[in-house]
Design a protein around this ligand. Structure first.
Ligand SMILES: C[S@@+](CC[C@H](N)C(=O)[O-])C[C@H]1O[C@@H](n2cnc3c(N)ncnc32)[C@H](O)[C@@H]1O
Length: 290
């Protein structure tokens, strides 16, 4: 699919990925993302709701979706999972299906945020130890496993992204990549518009805390971090063709040949989920039944 990208992909460094990035800034960026997933500027609902609709549609409807355990592989503060879980499970319950489980994992587990999420959602649990998405383990037992990579796939450079995809194909039954940053005009405009919100989120969250005295020194860093990281996230965006190329290149097969040989179906699309500019780019792989 042609995404009208404006320039080639470069894997520039994001401040959030650096070991020296203050933990408070990283946590606040994740909190901002968790809020972003709930935002809505149209009657189509939040980006999380629309991601849920994409999941169900592409998995083949509610009956098929009810067969999976959903693993949020780079969960941050929880991302869209606490929003998707009640929506999907309510749809499943009201149509006579079993409810499904969600699991949060991350290389740097945010246990404080996850404990709060799990206390409010009995169908969401988490893995306390670090899980590296490049060599993820199967967590769904006898159920089918669907891995979600929400706003995180651009964090991986090409060798790591290849490992993430190969690991998903090896040890899961479906995967979805959701991204809102890309090398396109709508993405760049959307990122420019929403980029400033972590600044206000941080002031709002920390103003009354005794820690704000320490944080005041970090506040000037926030707009710099978010502006830079937002821009870099866009520059790191991948088209579906670039994503599938990572998955197939080691085999030397074309995408069609790869799908046929491995029994997986690869699909992709984009939808405006936060008008006027906020576009969700998604790539999905679904293992075909034997
Ligand atoms: C931009 S945040 C996205 C958070 C969340 N998915 C959301 O939508 O709000 C990227 C996340 O990827 C995680 N991450 C980075 N490298 C990882 C890896 N190799 N394995 C698992 N998680 C990783 C980071 O810890 C961070 O929580």
């Amino acid at each position: 699919m042609d995404y009208n990208v404006l320039f080639p992909r470069f894997h520039l460094a994001e401040i959030e990925d650096q070991p020296w990035c203050p933990e408070l800034l990283r946590t606040n960026t994740h909190k901002f993302l968790a809020r972003f997933w709930k935002a809505s500027t149209s009657n189509k609902g939040s980006p999380a709701l629309q991601a849920c609709q994409i999941l169900v549609r592409e998995l083949g409807g509610l009956t098929k979706a009810s067969e999976y355990t959903f693993v949020d592989s780079c969960a941050g503060a929880g991302g869209p999972t606490p929003i998707i879980e009640p929506i999907l499970n309510e749809q499943l319950r009201s149509t006579g299906h079993n409810t499904v489980q969600f699991k949060l994992t991350d290389l740097w587990p945010d246990l404080k945020a996850w404990k709060e999420v799990a206390s409010q959602h009995k169908n969401i649990s988490f893995v306390e130890f670090p899980v590296d998405a490049t060599k993820a383990i199967r967590l769904s037992g006898d159920n089918k496993e669907c891995r979600m990579y929400n706003l995180c796939f651009h964090h991986f450079d090409d060798p790591a992204a290849e490992k993430v995809l190969l690991s998903a194909v090896e040890s899961s039954d479906a995967f979805f990549i959701f991204e809102m940053t890309h090398r396109t005009a709508p993405s760049l405009l959307n990122t420019f518009i929403i980029n400033w919100q972590p600044f206000f989120t941080t002031i709002y969250d920390w103003w009354w805390s005794p820690l704000h005295l320490i944080f005041v020194y970090l506040i000037p860093l926030i707009p710099i971090l978010t502006a830079w990281d937002g821009l870099v996230s866009c520059i790191r965006g991948r088209t579906a063709d670039e994503t599938w190329d990572l998955l197939t290149k080691s085999s030397g097969l074309s995408v069609e040949e790869w799908q046929q040989k491995h029994g997986w179906e690869l699909r992709s699309g984009r939808e405006v989920v936060l008008p006027p500019f906020g576009t969700m780019y998604w790539c999905a792989g679904i293992k075909k039944p034997n």
